[in-house]
Design a binder for this molecule. Structure first.
Ligand code: RAM
Length: 364
């Protein structure tokens, strides 16, 4: 039953992506799904020209060179441009709050209409985002939240608890319910990864089912391929009894998958990965490092943030709980109050395994 619902969801999303993308960025690899501005820092970004609609919608990603961010940016760009708006995409050079602060300062000077930010820190952006709001700019977050009182609403990919439960269950399954496992995360300050890790730790503490599982370390690869590779190798060296690595980051899981598969390691991998990067590592047998993993559609997450930006700027929503709007082809959304702040949830995480990875690897 659950499988059926999932496959219907999967099929619907494929169709929606293909229809919405008209064969362009939705199905295209990273390079073709390039955002409006490239990986240049704020100072080099083109100043926004006035659009026919008059509004300019900015997106600040976590960092340049991350294919998940590129897909998210392509969805944001599509949604905004289809509505006649002008897009500014900023990819900070590193996944740090400082890099995002200078980018946001530059966007304030440019007088953009809205800023959608993928937070590299929960609190470090508070001053600059407050300055943006005071300047009349609509501020929202997506993917990785910022302090709730500094943004109107958070476009969340899936519920935090749901992601924590999904990953914890995968670790339980792949370890056989006992033994050493490790987490390979993104940066130590990333709001989204930290929330998912906290949810997993709380589950381990509160449910005796997980009592025989031993989380040996949370390692940080900073969403950089080389650092994630090094951290994976260190985990293998330091914990000879390691059974499973869970990487709740697309950059980390791709790096770890290659290390484990190249070394023919018996350590198994799960987490959150892009099908396009992970297809060669997904498999049930000893030759593959990752039996299955999860994710959501990053293009749709960008689209959702694009439509939310437009609705905030045109005044059809304020970001309050109960506000309703139509996010283009994604359908109708209602803003919810979750954990004391307002959020829009894109949908549940999807499972990718040997049965469906081939149909998804060309989508994102
Ligand atoms: C990485 C980023 C992003 C996260 C995905 C799963 O690309 O850290 O924020 O949502 O992984």
């Amino acid at each position: 039953m659950k499988k059926k619902v999932l496959s219907v969801l999967l099929a619907t999303t494929v169709v929606a992506s293909l229809l919405a993308g008209c064969g362009s960025s939705a199905a295209a690899p990273a390079a073709d799904a390039a955002p409006a501005a490239d990986a240049a820092p704020a100072a080099d970004a083109a100043a926004p020209a006035a659009s026919s609609g008059g509004a300019t919608y900015a997106l600040v990603t976590k960092s340049a060179g991350n294919p998940f961010m590129e897909r998210m940016a392509s969805g944001f760009q599509e949604a905004v441009e289809a509505s006649g708006g002008t897009v500014v995409i900023q990819n900070p050079e590193a996944a740090t709050p400082d890099a995002q602060i200078s980018v946001v300062q530059s966007l304030i000077s440019q007088g953009v209409s809205s800023i959608a930010v993928d937070g590299n820190d929960a609190n470090a952006l508070t001053a600059v985002l407050t300055e943006a709001s005071n300047a009349g700019i609509k501020v929202l977050s997506l993917d990785s939240d910022v302090a709730p009182d500094t943004r109107a609403v958070y476009c969340n990919q899936a519920g935090v608890q749901q992601i924590g439960e999904t990953l914890m269950e995968a670790v339980y399954d792949l370890t056989g319910g006992e033994g050493d496992w490790a987490i390979l995360s993104a940066t130590s300050q990333a709001t989204n990864q930290n929330a998912w890790i906290d949810a997993m730790k709380k589950l381990m503490e509160s449910d005796s089912k997980y009592a025989k599982l031993n989380l040996v370390e949370v390692a940080y690869g900073d969403d950089e391929p080389q650092k994630s590779t090094d951290q994976t190798q260190a985990l293998l060296q330091n914990y000879p009894d390691l059974k499973v690595i869970c990487a709740p980051t697309t950059v980390g899981i791709a790096a770890a998958a290659k290390v484990l598969q190249d070394q023919k390691s018996s350590v198994k991998l799960t987490g959150l990965g892009l099908p396009s990067e992970m297809a060669e590592y997904i498999g049930d047998d000893d030759a593959h490092s990752c039996p299955y993993m999860y994710l959501w559609n990053p293009i749709d997450l960008g689209r959702l943030a694009g439509y939310t930006s437009i609705a905030l700027v045109d005044g059809s929503i304020t970001g309050a709980a109960g506000d309703k709007f139509t996010a283009g082809e994604l359908g109708d959304y209602t803003i919810e109050e979750i954990d004391g702040s307002t959020q829009i949830i894109l949908g549940p995480p999807f499972k990718f395994d040997p049965s469906n990875i081939d149909e998804w690897k060309s989508v994102y």
